[in-house]
Every structure is written in C-alpha cells, then in structure tokens.
Design a protein around this ligand. Structure first.
Ligand code: 1DF
Ligand code: MN
Length: 357
C-alpha cells in the first residue's frame, strides 16, 4: 500500500460533526510576559535559541510574525472567531514557549501566578470555549509544586505546561522531582511542550534553519521525554501522566529500537547513568503518556499511534496560532476511522485527560 502525504487545499468550512472538536495545544502570551521578554532580549547575552524564536516573533515585520503576535495575545473575540472558523469547539490553552523558563527564578515564580490568574479569568469568561493549563516555574520546584496545587484546587485546571528544558536543565534531574510529586498527587497531567534549543544543541540545527518546529523542537523534546523515562521517573511516580505533542515527538516510531538498545546498554554497563528500570521504555510510553497530533494532520501517522498507544491516548491539537489551518480540520474529519474512535480522538480523550466538564 502506498502511503501518501495529504494535500490540504480544501478551504471549505468544517462541517457539523457528531463530536465536539477540542484542540489541546493552543498557545497564548500575556502582555506581562512580552514585557519581561523585551527586558531579557535587551541584554546582548540573551539566550540565542530564545532570541531566534520569540525574539523573531516579537520583532519581525513579516506578516506571519505580526499575525501570530496578534493571535497569541487575544483570549477573547479574535481567538473565538478563529475557533469558529476552524470548527474548534474548545481550546485547551497554555502559555506559549518558553513561558517562564527563560526568566530568573523570582520573576518566573511571580509571573506564573499572575499568568494563571489571567488565564483562569479568560476561562471564566468563556467556560465552554476555553480551558487552561497551569504555568509553573521549574526554576523553583517547591514553588512550582505549590502552584500546581493552587491551579488544580483553586483555578480548576488539571494540567501543567512545561516548555521542555529550563535553561539547559532537564526534569530527569531529581532536583526537579517535587514537580512530579505534586502533579501525581493532584492528578494533573504534564504537557511537555517544545522549547527553543539550548546553546549546547543549537548550532548544527540553526545553521541550516532546522532548529524550530520543523525538526529541532521534536528532537529536543523527544530527548527530554526519554531522559525522564530512563531516569526512572515513572518507577518513582507510577501514576504520573504526561502528554507529548507532535505525534509524541516521533517516539512511538522509535519504540522498538529504544527498547532493544536500552536493554543492551543496561546489560553492558556502558554508562553509569543508564541503570535498570522496571519496564521497557515503550511500556512507559503506553502507560504514562498521551500524545496529540499537533502539527501533523496525517491519518496514517495518527492510526499508527493509535495502534501503538491505544485509541484512548491519541488526541487532537491544532497548535494555534503557529499552525492555524482550518483545512486540516476537514481532512481529519474525513479520516477513515470508526465514528466512536474519531470521537475519542477529537473529544472524549481530551475531556478525560484535562478533566473538562
Ligand atoms: C512555533 C511552533 C513556535 C510551536 C512555538 O512557540 C510553538 C513556531 C513559540 O512555528 O515557530 O509552540 N509549536 O508547538 O509547534
Ligand atoms: Mn505548540
């Protein structure tokens, strides 16, 4: 059988369908964050990946950048209009990358709180259309744990956005594990979303323009998830739920080799950092992870992921405003898939993972 890449050229409005379409990786940017970013970018030694990403969007005169900035900063009329035009019933909104994670610790902690309050207000204004993820400052794991508790118990949000590495540091480091403990205790899913590449990875990607969403994001975020798995995080926190975008950052496709080579590496005692864990890497992927199809409106890839992870673990995401493509909604509505499975994909899996009403 030939597997073709779809052509998304059908501009028709999405049709009425027997499910609610819930988009689960939708970005926003509060003005307060952009003000902080402007200060950071004013320093010549600002992180190069950050400058190449948000520095670009915040300053480029290109139509794409101006449009994205306008969409990012709106949680009301413009966003709802774009959702209507694309047939999106509800958006699960999270602070855009890198969120708090380029800020100094004190700024990040206080900014996360006010951003969560602002997002919770927007969800109160549009309770059937929006839902939110909790922003935290991984720089201060104890404060992050408190903010997870506040987000769940006071603000009614049941997921946490983490934009991959924090200034080159990974959550596989036990110093961050108070965050996992809080997420597990409050049953809040952690959405591990891409970030700009850290300095140690940036050059060979940026040199050829492959550092961003086209490829570098997926490589770095997939690496981060693997670091978490191989560090034994899910042995310590077996009920921890994590979400990956972009078809699981390709990890389902890697699963066979990950299992084989992880076991071979453990056995050979090649690295002190690779110690035995209770299960194969693929088993944690299937037991602790959910994935979204953000950026990938491709039936074959979605079905492969459903086959590997199970149809309860693959969810729809648009990645607004970075990939606002209403024609992709039509394409996915038209997938050759049992109606009850399509409803899981678009609606009920997201309702369960994010505990939407
Ligand atoms: C881009 C893509 C930027 C995604 C993002 O955050 C982002 C992009 C600043 O295309 O530059 O979250 N994304 O998730 O694919
Ligand atoms: Mn995204």
């Amino acid at each position: 059988m030939e597997i073709r890449l779809p052509n998304t050229v059908n501009p028709a409005r999405p049709q009425k369908v027997p499910y609610r379409r819930i988009a689960t990786e939708e970005a926003w940017a509060p003005q307060e964050m952009l003000d902080i970013y402007n200060k950071i970018l004013g320093h010549a030694d600002a992180d190069a990946g950050f400058r190449g990403l948000m520095g670009f969007y915040m300053s480029s005169p290109s139509e794409r950048a101006r449009h994205i900035m306008r969409c990012l900063t709106d949680l009301d009329q413009l966003r709802l209009q774009h959702m209507d035009e694309a047939g999106i019933d509800q958006a699960v909104v999270a602070i855009t990358s890198p969120g708090t994670q380029v800020m100094d610790k004190a700024t990040a902690v206080s900014f996360a709180r006010s951003a969560n309050d602002e997002l919770a207000d927007a969800v109160r204004r549009h309770p059937t259309r929006l839902a939110g993820m909790i922003a935290i400052a991984p720089q201060d794991p104890a404060a992050a744990a408190q903010e997870i508790e506040r987000g769940v118990t006071k603000l009614g949000m049941h997921s946490v956005i983490i934009n991959s590495h924090t200034q080159g540091e990974y959550l596989s480091d036990p110093k961050f594990w108070d965050i996992f403990a809080a997420a597990e205790a409050h049953d809040a899913a952690i959405y591990l979303h891409p970030n700009a590449l850290p300095p140690s990875m940036l050059h060979p990607f940026q040199q050829c323009g492959l550092d961003g969403a086209i490829y570098g994001f997926g490589v770095e975020t997939g690496l981060h998830a693997l670091r978490i798995i191989t560090a034994g995080v899910f042995d310590r926190f077996p009920k921890l739920r994590m979400v990956l975008g972009h078809m699981g950052e390709a990890l389902p496709y890697w699963a066979y080799r990950l299992d084989y080579m992880h076991q071979a590496t453990v056995k050979s005692q090649r690295y002190a950092s690779v110690q035995p864990i209770q299960r194969r890497p693929s088993e944690y992927l299937r037991q602790n992870f959910w994935i979204t199809n953000s950026g990938v409106a491709w039936e074959h890839a979605i079905k492969f992921a459903q086959g590997f992870l199970g149809e309860d673990r693959v969810m729809y995401a648009m990645d607004y405003p970075y990939q606002y493509a209403p024609d992709e909604v039509n394409l996915l509505d038209g997938m050759d898939m049992a109606p009850e499975v399509k409803k899981k994909f678009f609606q009920t899996n997201a309702e369960a993972v994010f505990k939407l009403r």
